[in-house]
Structures are given as structure tokens and as C-alpha cells.
Ligand binder design. Structure first.
Ligand code: ATP
Length: 357
């Protein structure tokens, strides 16, 4: 099974919740950088092979997914799970969640009962906030989803279907170090003092989606009314709406100027090299650049594959120059933090890649 990673084009953090999680609003898209996950039924036990992911197999989210689904089978059962990583580990592209969702999808096939869907959905939410998104990707009618609108912990998922959305081209800048998601949110808490964060653009109460939008695009059922009496989907963050508009029209320039991530500031404070990458991508001609999830990957928006290649070439040149001058070294890392690889992708494929030494 080929499972794609995701990137967040927008990630807004509204507040820390009493349960310790954060209330977010996000637009995420699956992209062509993928893992290969093979799941085979065996008589008993769970075995996971996943080269490149540190720690014991029991720590792998795919193992946890396997352990959680076994009780659903009527007879004793086991799973042999083999993962080949293509999605960077700790890169903010949801690789662990994608692998766990792949195990749940395999269980769904092996169980062969539609009635088990609710149980699998519940397991997905239990495993992690990103897992439900990767599970939804497979259960939509046409099987092809091009974007997700995420709310709650990120586990309230509404798909935007591919027939609505033009192609998307991105340069992914993969770093040679991971960033822990828990660490990033803890830094956000420190920076914003646990009080509800209010971005200057969030003075309004919603993104102002209309009812049609509510049904056909976002699908959120909880409509509300803004002060002008318009019915809305209840998005708190107007920046999200701009990204949806850009995705729907295929306006790469608008998308480039609309991408955002509220985790950037706290993560940049600990890993300044990620900020340098973002700036270098923009100077290399990307229409916009943003860190995905909790990092470390940074994405650059490009208009088409040719533009993507030009941005990659220019980025390499800029990066080589800056490396000579000596980038600020992060106090959080022992080795020299830097760029590992550039990958040009669209929604489903890798179009090109080059290693940075
Ligand atoms: P997030 O989904 O929070 O944005 P991420 O994309 O930054 O996470 P992942 O690669 O999904 O990062 O997860 C990285 C962490 O999860 C590491 O600590 C890694 O050891 C652990 N992990 C467990 N299972 C896997 C897996 N199948 N693939 C990658 N990492 C895994």
C-alpha cells in the first residue's frame, strides 16, 4: 500500500484546551512523497519492520494500530507489518499517522465488515490527531481527496474532493533533523502564555463561508451566524478561507501569499535554520514558503514543474553560499543542522529530487 504524507498549507492554533490538547484549524493536502506499507495476516502476534525509525518496534505507531485492531477479529489473529519510509521522520508530514492509518485500512479489508468502520474511526482518534485524516482519504466515495479541512485537535476532518481542485506543485525542503511535535506545542504554550492566541487577522468571528460552501466544500455541519447575520461554518481564522479559495481556483500566487503556520515562531526560536530555509526558498523565487506541521520540513509553493526546477536550482546556489558564511547553529542540536534534500512533488507523485551535501 502506498501512503502519501501531508503538508499543512495553513495551521492556526486557537487555544490550549483544558484536556491539554490544542484547538486548531488547518488545511492539509496529501502530497506525492509516500511510504510503502505491507500488511500480511499471520496466525498470531504483531511484527513490525520499519528501517529508519528509531526505537523498538513496539514504539511504532503502526504496531500500536495493529495491537488496537486485533481484538476486533473474532478468532486469534496476527499481523506482519513491513514499512519502507519515504516520508521524513519527524518532518511534520504525518508519516507515523499515515502508516498507522494504513494498518487500519488493511484491517478493514481483512475484517470485511462495514460495521467495523466506527470502531476503526475510534481507534484512529485514539492513536493520534492526524490519523483520522489518513483514514478518511480511503473511505471517500471516489477515493481521491485533495485537501482536508481540520478542526478540533486536528481530528475533525472534512475532505475537499479532487474534482474541485486543480493540481498543486510544491518544493519540499527536507532537513537532516526531526522536530518533536510535543516540544513544538510546549514552546507555543510558553510563548503565548497559555492564553487564547489571537492573530491580528482574527478580529472577525469566522471565515465567512456560505451555506453552499458548508455543504459542498467544507461539509462542516455546525453552521452559525456572524454579526451581519450571514450563515457561516464557524471557522475562527479568516486565513483558512484564503487558502481554500486559492486551492479551488488553482491560483498558486494567492496560495503562496496565504500559507501560514502559527507554530513557526516557537519552532524558529529553537531551530533558526528552519527560518533561514524559509527565507532562502522565497529568495529562490518560490511564491510563498511555510513550515509544515511542527517542522522540520519547509514547503515552497511553485506555479508548475518548470518553475519548481528553477526554484530548486536557485535554492541550492543560495544555500551553498550561506553555508560558506556559516548559518547560526541551533543550541538544540549536536550535529550541524542543515538541508538534506529538495523534493519536487505534485499531489500524487515525486517529480524530481536532489540531495544537498
Ligand atoms: P506529526 O504527525 O505530529 O506532524 P511528524 O510528521 O512531525 O508528526 P512523524 O514522522 O509522523 O513526525 O513521527 C515522528 C515520531 O514518531 C518519531 O518520534 C518516531 O520515532 C515516531 N514514530 C513511530 N512510528 C513511526 C512511523 N511509522 N514512522 C515514523 N515515525 C514513527
Amino acid at each position: 500500500m502506498r501512503v502519501r504524507g501531508k503538508v499543512n498549507l495553513g495551521l492556526g492554533i486557537l487555544a490550549k484546551r483544558p484536556d491539554g490538547y490544542h484547538e486548531v484549524e488547518s488545511v492539509a493536502v496529501p502530497v506525492g512523497l509516500a511510504d510503502e506499507v505491507a500488511v500480511r495476516p499471520v496466525p498470531y502476534g504483531i511484527e513490525v519492520r520499519c528501517p529508519g525509525v528509531p526505537g523498538p518496534p513496539e514504539g511504532n505507531l503502526a504496531f500500536k494500530a495493529g495491537r488496537a485492531v486485533l481484538p476486533l477479529f473474532p478468532a486469534p489473529f496476527g499481523l506482519d507489518i513491513s514499512i519502507s519510509k519515504g516520508i521524513p521522520v519527524g518532518g511534520g508530514m504525518g508519516g507515523a499517522s499515515a502508516d498507522a492509518a494504513a494498518v487500519l485500512k488493511a484491517a478493514r479489508v481483512l475484517l470485511g465488515e462495514p460495521a467495523r468502520r466506527e470502531a476503526l474511526d475510534e481507534i484512529a482518534r485514539f492513536l493520534g490527531a492526524d490519523v483520522p485524516m489518513f483514514l478518511v482519504e480511503d473511505v471517500t466515495a471516489d477515493g481521491r481527496v485533495s485537501a482536508f479541512l481540520l478542526r478540533g485537535r486536528g481530528d475533525e476532518v472534512r475532505p475537499l474532493r479532487s474534482r474541485d481542485l486543480p493540481e498543486l506543485y510544491l518544493v519540499l525542503v527536507l532537513m537532516n533533523f526531526p522536530v518533536s511535535t510535543a516540544w513544538a506545542y510546549a514552546r507555543w504554550d510558553e510563548m503565548f502564555g497559555g492564553r487564547p492566541y489571537c492573530h491580528p487577522e482574527q478580529r472577525g468571528t469566522s471565515a465567512g463561508l456560505d451555506e453552499t460552501e458548508t455543504r459542498s466544500a467544507s461539509g462542516y455541519s455546525g453552521t452559525s451566524e456572524d454579526p451581519k447575520g450571514r450563515r457561516t461554518t464557524g471557522f475562527m481564522d479568516p486565513r483558512i478561507q484564503r487558502i481554500i479559495d486559492a486551492l479551488k481556483t488553482g491560483d498558486a500566487r494567492l496560495l503562496g501569499s496565504s500559507v501560514f503556520n502559527d507554530l513557526e515562531e516557537p519552532v524558529f526560536a529553537g531551530f533558526p535554520v528552519i527560518r533561514e530555509v524559509k527565507h532562502a526558498l522565497c529568495r529562490a523565487g518560490a511564491l510563498g514558503a511555510v513550515m509544515t506541521g511542527s517542522g522540520s520540513t519547509v514547503i515552497g509553493i511553485v506555479a508548475d514543474p518548470l518553475h519548481g526546477l528553477e526554484v530548486c536550482r536557485e535554492f541550492r546556489r543560495i544555500w551553498a553560499e550561506e553555508s560558506c558564511c556559516g548559518l547560526e547553529k541551533s543550541s538544540l542540536l549536536t550535529g550541524r543542522p542543515s538541508v538534506k534534500e529538495l523534493v519536487l512533488v505534485d499531489r500524487s507523485r515525486v517529480l524530481g529530487r536532489c540531495k544537498i551535501s
